[in-house]
Design a protein around this ligand. Structure first.
Ligand code: SF4
Length: 444
């Protein structure tokens, strides 16, 4: 009988990419992906350390698994990802149900670990082997055939923002060889992928040198733009310091690069940016914004904000609010600062909880207003949608427009993978609802 594996993925797009690559790897051992969490031979929790209470979420999930398997054989329990990296041995000591703790730079060892697994022999693998990891995965086909697929080009971070765990959990910046990324992209395109989202913790810091030249993310975008079957290119997550002119120039030269820039700034106050060790100023951010808008005024921005970073005064907060009003970000993430053990900001004095909650509400009210305004601007207009899938349990189709808005509409599955025009009839903060335009119906 075939063995089954289930992966529960928390967190960012990179974890989603990693989980898919783990599936690709264990397939070689005869494992098949299971949708049933309660009946597998191997259970992986791919964890994320960015959000609050990340550790607790892992133990909670293990509690659920234990209940599911009360009367049955226990699966091999693997905790992978950034929490595994940060907590390592600690997790094995606290929770005997865990068999293997696997850091994000050690995924290439997963087949050997499973193959040689001996009951009650606890294993911790948390070395930073990004090179070995990617070498291993370069020889394993990426089986993803979704309409939109992630493609990791870079991992890790050397910037050490004082609030962030990434440099400790993912290690130093590592960029994959240009040719390997392109051959993975070609494989995805053959699989039917129509949109590639280049991924990295500092995706625009991508830098790979061979004998001929130094490749940057702009080279990857320019190359991907030349594949006729590929319709859209995106990249995430960027750092303002790496928004170099060659990348900005891509917005004028590549029609497939989507007009939507996710560029985290975290605060609108230079004082706070300095305390955060962000290595850029508000003015530098605005300069990037102006340059991109000059190329195409229809390009829109989204960002990440940390509210109540230790030391943030009312004035600092208002500067953030003013920046949001100036740029009118169309879709952003905002959180109250919460300390991460091991980071520089871990032990700083926190701002009062109630004050922080009030501030967050104020910021989100402003962000959500711009988001809704943007969505409303589509009403009674046509928007270009790449159709991704049929919605589960419904007859409706789901796709995204160029600005990453979710678009929901009635239609036939033949439209999946196609770009079609949808006339928008209604919107809410998160989605647009519409109808297929008649001219598409003739074309389908
Ligand atoms: S640049 Fe991004 S990934 Fe790196 S430390 Fe700062 S927030 Fe974390």
């Amino acid at each position: 009988m075939q063995k089954k594996i289930f992966i529960k993925t928390f967190g960012c797009q990179m974890n989603e990419y990693d989980s898919n690559r783990i599936y690709d790897s264990v397939k070689r051992l005869g494992f098949i992906k299971s949708k049933d969490q309660g009946n597998v031979d191997c259970y992986v929790i791919n964890t994320c350390h960015i959000r609050d209470k990340a550790k607790e979420k892992v133990y909670h999930e293990i509690g659920r698994v234990k209940k599911l398997y009360k009367e049955k054989n226990k699966p091999i329990m693997i905790v992978a990802g950034c929490v595994a990296q940060a907590e390592n041995q600690e997790m094995l000591n606290r929770e005997p149900y865990i068999d293997i703790v696997l850091g994000p730079q050690s995924y290439h060892k997963i087949n050997d670990l499973i193959k040689n697994f001996i009951k009650n022999n606890k294993i911790e693998e948390t070395e930073f082997d990004a090179l070995l990891k990617f070498n291993y995965f370069d020889n394993i086909e990426n089986n993803n055939n979704n309409v939109s697929s992630y493609l990791t080009i870079q991992e890790g971070c050397d910037k050490f923002c004082s609030f962030c765990v990434v440099p400790y959990t993912r290690g130093p910046e590592y960029s994959r060889p240009f040719s390997k990324i392109i051959s993975e992209a070609e494989n995805l395109i053959i699989n039917g992928v129509k949109e590639i989202i280049l991924l990295g913790q500092n995706v625009n810091a991508y830098s790979y040198k061979d004998k001929l030249k130094e490749y940057r993310i702009s080279d990857l975008i320019n190359k991907l733009n030349s594949y006729s079957e590929l319709k859209r290119i995106r990249y995430t997550t960027s750092h303002p310091r790496d928004m170099t002119d060659d990348l900005i120039e891509c917005y004028s030269a590549n029609e497939k690069l989507m007009p939507f820039v996710h560029l985290p700034i975290q605060s609108g106050s230079n004082k706070i940016l300095k305390l955060m060790n962000r290595k850029h100023t508000v003015e530098q951010y605005l300069e990037i914004y102006e340059k991109i808008k000059k190329i195409n005024p229809l390009i829109e921005f989204s960002s990440d904000f940390i509210i109540s970073y230790p030391g943030e005064t009312e004035d600092d907060f208002n500067e953030t609010l003013n920046l949001i009003k100036k740029i009118k970000f169309i879709n952003s993430f905002s959180f109250i600062f919460s300390p991460r053990p091991g980071t520089k900001a871990a032990n700083l004095k926190l701002i009062d909880k109630e004050i922080s909650k009030e501030k967050l509400l104020k910021i989100q009210e402003c962000l959500f207003k711009f988001q809704l305004d943007m969505n409303k601007s589509f009403i009674n207009k046509s928007t270009d949608v790449l159709v991704e899938n049929k919605m589960e349990g419904q007859k409706k189709l789901f796709g995204r427009n160029k600005y990453m808005n979710s678009v929901i509409f009635d239609g036939d599955e033949n439209y999946i993978g196609k770009n079609i025009n949808i006339k928008i009839k209604d919107v809410n903060q998160n989605s647009l609802f519409g109808k297929i335009e008649k001219k598409n119906m003739r074309a389908a």
